[in-house]
Design a protein around this ligand. Structure first.
Ligand SMILES: [Zn+2]
Length: 161
């Protein structure tokens, strides 16, 4: 049965792994960290699994976070559309659009498309463009409301640009 690996439980296991990967010299790393050579030799076999697990966990966490953002964005877009369909309360609908824009910016930042301190260029973000199109299409039957929203969108965009 597998014994507990003393290296895996070592407080500096990450440093040890890094040192092992860099030098491939077990004796040197064992001496450097004052650990047992044989324990380190057995531990060396764990490293590929450890690295794969860490990477997978990171990717899953990243994907979950992005998915949550996209879901939030979708919910906001749907709520905008609900309100736009009623076409009576444009002020609230426009507030929703602004919130959706903030959400898109957050999403874009998470994806590394935007960097802090640089000009926020939401205007060429494909998700913003498709949301914009969906909003304007939903307002097609209400030409007056559509014009007001289109005007507001231009204002939001010129603030962003
Ligand atoms: Zn180990």
């Amino acid at each position: 049965m597998p014994r507990k690996c003393t290296i895996c439980e070592h407080p500096k296991v990450e440093e040890i792994n890094k040192a092992l990967l860099e030098t491939q010299n077990i004796a040197k790393v064992a001496k450097q960290y004052g650990v047992n050579y044989h324990a380190l030799y057995r531990h060396k076999d764990h490293i590929p699994a450890i690295l794969t697990q860490a990477q997978e966990a990171q990717e899953v966490a990243k994907a979950d976070s992005l998915l949550a953002q996209v879901t939030e964005l979708r919910d906001k877009a749907l709520s905008i559309l609900d309100k736009a369909e009623q076409a009576g309360d444009l002020r609230t609908a426009l507030q929703g659009i602004k919130e959706a824009r903030g959400c898109l910016e957050l999403l874009a930042r998470l994806q590394g498309e935007l960097q802090e301190q640089t000009t926020v260029n939401i205007l060429i973000n494909p998700q913003w463009l498709s949301l914009r199109t969906v909003i304007l299409q939903a307002l097609e039957p209400y030409s007056e409301a559509r014009q007001t929203v289109a005007q507001a969108l231009r204002e939001v965009e010129s603030n962003a640009g």
